[in-house]
Ligand binder design. Sequence first.
Ligand code: DQA
Length: 160
Amino acid sequence: MWHVLLLNGPNLNLLGTREPNIYGSETLERIVQRATDYARSLGIELRHVQSNHEGALIDALHEARAWADGVIINAGAYTHTSIALRDALSAIQLPTIEVHLSNIYAREPFRHISVIAPVCVGCISGFGAESYLLAIHAMSSILARQEGSHPNDETPTAQV
Ligand code: DQA
């Protein structure tokens, strides 16, 4: 099994009731359950952390160095503002996928800039709760490509 940190930032704990016209009506708990089940089917154990606090998100990233193979992050509004979060992602050197429920490029101009995008492998934005599932799919491809690694080490050598 691979191990991936799923990190959700500020206000995402309110999903379900928060602006459902933008973010959908599914709760975070339900989204995380679906993501966990899908990840498991691809050989990934997902561990979820949600916090409204920038420092707690950074602490979770630092801790992930010890156990995680990758990170999937919806940093909420910190996406657009937090150099500290970007520096943490850059420091831990784990393959990271940025996720958003909404299409940040179709919204207010201040959401068009992601300060974490340059330190992520890629960004999935605009597919509602499915963005998380698409990110898990992409993460499994990234991890499978990593030399010599495979869930349960069933495949000993990489293809040439
Ligand atoms: C969000 C988009 C951000 O701009 C916003 O601040 C959020 C949620 C999304 O998932 O669409 O909190 O990250």
